[in-house]
Every structure is written in C-alpha cells, then in structure tokens.
Design a protein around this ligand. Structure first.
Ligand SMILES: [Zn+2]
Ligand SMILES: [Zn+2]
Length: 328
C-alpha cells in the first residue's frame, strides 16, 4: 500500500482453524465441496473465510462483510464504497472484485467464492495492496498474451530511486532475533537484488543516515496500516523513495536454519519476506507469477529467496541491469 488513504484496520478476531495450505489434493479433477475441518493448527485472522466457500452473487451469508473489508483493504473494492459499513450481501461490486482477484492470482475467473479462491484468500500475505486507485497493479495472464510483457508491475507512476548506493538501518526493538543474525539475513536479501542490478546496499547503524529503515512493529504503529497478529498480513513496505520496511513483530519468524522443518505450523521465513519487501522498496509492485518473489502470498514453512525471471525482468526494466547477471 503506497498512496495516501489511511486504511482503518480490519482486525479479524477470529481464532479458528488455520487451513491455508494443507488442502488435500484429491486425485480426481473435481474439487472438494468444502474445506476440510482441520483442527486449528495456528490462529489465522482470515480462517473464518472458509465458511464462505460456495457463496456467489445474490447470496447473503454472515461473514461476507468481513471478506468485503479484506477485498477493500487490498484495493479490490474502491475506497468510496467503504464510507458505509459493509453488509453480508454478495452484490455486483463484490463479484467484480472477486473476478479481479482471481485474475490477479491466476485462478479460474468465476466471480464465485469457490474453494480454490477462498483458500488463496486465507494465505498469509504482504500488506501492500494489489489494486491502487482502482487500477490493478498486478499483471495478468490475458494482458501478457496480448502484449507479450511480463507479469511484474510497478507502483502508479513508476517511482524509483535516482541513486545507486542505498544505506539501510535495522531497528532491533520489538524482536528477539539478535542483531548479527538480522544483519546476515538482510545482507543476503539485499544481495539478491544487487546481483541483478547496479545497486550497492550497505548497512548503517544510524537510522537518520539511512535511505531504508527496517523495523519490527506490532498492531497499530503509526502509519495507518496496523498489523494483525500472527499470519494474515506479514509485512509491508512503501514505494520509492520512502524507504520504510515494516515486519509484523508477532509472526513466528525463522531467521536461522531450515524453515521447512520448523516446529511451528505458523513459522515464516524472514529472509523470504525480506527479499519480497525489498522489491517494493525498489519500486516493484505485485506479480501474478506464482513462483516470483513479488507474488503476494507466502505459505508458512516455505523458503523463497531466489529472483525468478519475472522479478529480474521487472527490476531490469526499471533500472539498469548488471551485465554480468545471468537471468534464471
Ligand atoms: Zn508485497
Ligand atoms: Zn507499517
């Protein structure tokens, strides 16, 4: 989320089943009629969405108002529509929002809350909006087919840095991860982007001297984009040249070791999220390419730190590329 408009928080105080990722893949082509009622593995602010599976235009079901708030939060329902309270009616605006969402995430564009769509919506994700001022910032498959471009995107107006050396500072308050480990994680994350570009990133101890400020924050932290506790929104960052990169302090961050073997079902890989958020800091928006760094969601216990071809194309179209870099 970049431009103005402080979004009042959508806090979903629902601690029921976190199903996210563990949908059993059925051998048949038919999708399951509803999500399996798995024991709560980890609290997830969006887990109640699973009760909305199967809803379509014209339905009225308790909980649809919460989903409208979610869609509004990520830009799919226009700011103006939020003036009144959202109701539980599946109206035409909601159908349109869901179609845009499905297109952005490479899902079948049905306009209905099918199981695949609801599952995708419950996945933990970046807090940066996918649609800004009514314009989807994410590329989509049909656009690629027509224009032959990548699926990466920029913020409206394509803001960018004019200098090549950027200094970053890491604030260690509100996290128990030690400074040396944080320095290593962020050095590796920045190196992913500097390898593909002519950027040079250096850590500085002083925030006042830094172009980029990294910090852990919980709940409301003064930028109009409060965090929501474990899972849900994991982090957010601002477009150039703002430089603020915020991580939700309440996540079960894994900064060291193999996140795929983490004991917590809600473990989130810090380096993976850092690489994604640095993409925003440099000017990239979200991408519809599922394997790209700039895809909005990241499953718990997953590591994704390598730039995909789409990420490289995106950053090298905005800035001069490193001629020695070999695109994956
Ligand atoms: Zn993001
Ligand atoms: Zn923030």
């Amino acid at each position: 989320m970049v431009t103005g408009g402080a979004s009042p928080l959508v806090v979903f105080l629902v601690a029921s089943a976190a199903v996210l990722i563990v949908l059993p893949i059925s051998p048949a082509s038919a999708l399951p009629a509803g999500l399996p009622d798995i024991k709560p593995a980890f609290p997830n602010p969006w887990s109640a969405f699973k009760n909305l599976s199967g809803c379509h235009s014209g339905d009225e079901r308790r909980g649809l108002a919460k989903l409208k708030e979610y869609l509004w939060h990520f830009g799919y329902i226009p700011e103006a529509a939020a003036s009144g309270r959202f109701n539980d009616l599946f109206d035409a605006d909601m159908e349109l929002a869901i179609k845009t969402y499905q297109s952005n995430f490479g899902l079948g564009v049905t306009g209905e809350l099918d199981v695949v769509t609801v599952t995708q919506m419950m996945a933990p994700r970046c807090g940066v909006a996918d649609v800004v001022n009514g314009t989807s910032t994410m590329g989509n498959s049909s656009a690629v087919g027509l224009r032959g471009r990548g699926l990466f995107s920029y913020f409206p107006g394509s803001p960018k840095w004019s200098k090549k050396t950027l200094k970053y500072a890491i604030a260690t308050s509100k996290t128990s991860i030690n400074r040396a480990t944080l320095s290593q994680v962020f050095a590796r994350a920045f190196a992913r982007w500097s390898a593909a570009t002519m950027f040079h990133f250096t850590e500085t101890a002083s925030a006042s001297d830094a172009d980029i400020t990294i910090g852990f924050h919980a709940g409301d932290h003064g930028d109009g984009k409060p965090f929501d506790g474990p899972l849900g929104t994991l982090a957010h960052a601002f477009a150039p040249t703002n430089g603020r990169l915020h991580l939700d302090a309440t996540e079960t961050w894994v900064a060291n070791g193999d996140v795929t073997r983490a004991s917590s079902a809600g473990a989130v890989d810090l380096e993976s999220v850092a690489v994604h958020e640095i993409g925003h800091i440099l000017g990239l928006g979200h991408s519809s390419v599922r394997d790209s760094i700039m895809y909005p969601t990241l499953k718990p216990r997953t590591k994704k730190v390598k730039l995909a071809a789409d990420d490289v194309k995106g950053i090298q179209s905005l800035y001069k590329g490193n001629p020695n870099f070999v695109t994956p």
